[in-house]
Design a protein around this ligand. Structure first.
Ligand code: PLP
Length: 387
């Protein structure tokens, strides 16, 4: 009889992958499925980025790289952070990782253990809570409310900080809500956090470039008073339509960069070499593909919000960023999971129940609008008929 470690029983998962598998199984049976479940751009990686990876392989970049990533890529990341966030970071504080997820895994493992508390957004990216529980730390939810545009309340975050708080996870623009936290709220939070020097902050800014209506992206790195304890999570997956390449970066304060690198050496050694060259091309090459993609998401955003608001029992806010709409569906009289199941099985529309993102997601469904407007309209028509 095999005996797994106890903490394995506390590890959760990301239900979006299960929805994807069920949608694929239905499609294999010949059903026409519209997939609004998946959280990835439906665009191709820009060709010059693909070419840079091919060229790197032709040039013989087949071996291990330094565990923290090749220097030209870390320098390119530092230049990008200076250009877009206005903050100077040293390339040695940058860690190149296989996807955004790895930064959250490392940060949570670094601070999480029995007796520690880690705060995380709820509803939020499901892996935060999953890994916090795995680590043995106590997960403390930062509740995101519809009436606040799904932004956190700085006062509520600060009220929950205790001497045991080791790490506070923030995410804006957010998955699954599309919420963008306004600058005033972040200012207020940072001012309050100055009283709690024991708490590190991991800012998940993976959707920083996917933001609408001229809203500004406020990076936590911009705050001098807490910079010595901010971990930045970002990457190429969403911005450059590179989810399958597995490429992300983090910025770690002070000595934590070496601890994070040690985790990398123990885990994956390094990100595959050719992908790292692709990452340089993405950051330093033309950005028009990113701009076009964001313009397309913006158009689809308007289409989906109108279409969802026209459905009986649905109420949908305009998301400020990312590519998710998160309507309140309590008016349908169904739970999120029931509605998710019926939309997939009866209407052939894949979505993800809000409860996949934490218990505070009950009453909501996540629709990804990284899909054509034709598919979005078709999905809304089918759901309308079903309801
Ligand atoms: N952070 C958030 C908020 C996300 O939504 C995702 C992916 O969906 C990630 C991190 C992980 O990104 P990656 O695919 O680069 O690991």
């Amino acid at each position: 009889m095999l005996r797994l470690a106890e903490n394995m029983s506390r590890l959760g998962t990301e239900t979006a992958f299960e929805v994807l598998a069920r949608a694929a199984a239905l499609a294999a049976e010949g059903r026409d499925i519209v997939n609004l479940g998946i959280g990835q751009p439906d665009f191709k990686t820009p060709p010059h980025v693909v070419e840079a990876a091919c060229q790197a392989l032709r040039d013989g970049h087949h071996g291990y790289t330094p565990a923290n990533g090749i220097l030209p890529l870390r320098e390119a990341v530092a230049e990008d952070i200076l250009a877009r966030r206005g903050v100077e970071v040293h390339p040695d504080s940058v860690l190149i990782v296989p996807g955004g997820k790895v930064t959250m895994f490392f940060a949570i493992l670094m601070f999480g253990e029995a007796g520690a508390e880690i705060m995380y957004p709820n509803p939020g990216f499901p892996i935060y809570e999953s890994v916090i529980r795995y680590s043995g730390a106590k997960p403390v939810p930062i509740v995101l409310r519809e009436e606040n545009g799904f932004a956190f309340s700085a006062d509520e975050v600060l009220e929950q900080v205790t001497p045991a708080t080791r790490l506070i996870i923030l995410n804006s623009p957010a998955n699954p809500t599309g919420g963008v936290v306004p600058r005033e709220e972040i200012d207020k939070l940072v001012a309050g956090l100055e009283r709690y020097p024991q708490a590190a902050i991991m800012s998940d800014e993976i959707y920083a470039r996917i933001i609408y209506d001229g809203r500004e992206h406020v990076s936590l790195l911009n705050y001098e008073s807490i910079r010595d304890r901010v971990i930045l999570l970002d990457g190429w997956s969403k911005t450059y339509a590179m989810t399958g390449w597995r490429l992300g970066f983090s910025v770690w304060p002070g000595a934590l960069a070496r601890d994070a690198e040690r985790l990398a050496v123990n885990c994956h050694s390094c990100v595959n070499a050719a992908t790292q060259y692709a990452g340089i091309a993405a950051l330093q090459g033309p950005q028009d593909a990113v701009d076009e993609m964001v313009r397309a998401f913006d158009q689809r955003r308007r289409v989906i919000v109108d279409a969802l608001n026209a459905l009986p029992g649905f109420r949908c806010q305009e998301p400020g960023g990312a590519f998710y709409a998160f309507p309140n569906i309590t008016g349908t009289g169904m739970t999120a999971r029931e509605l998710q199941r019926r939309m997939l099985e009866e209407a052939g529309v894949a979505t993800v129940a809000g409860t996949s993102f934490g218990d505070r997601g009950e009453g909501f469904i996540r629709f990804s609008y990284a899909a054509s407007t034709e598919d979005i309209r078709k999905a809304a028509d089918r759901i309308g008929n079903m309801l």
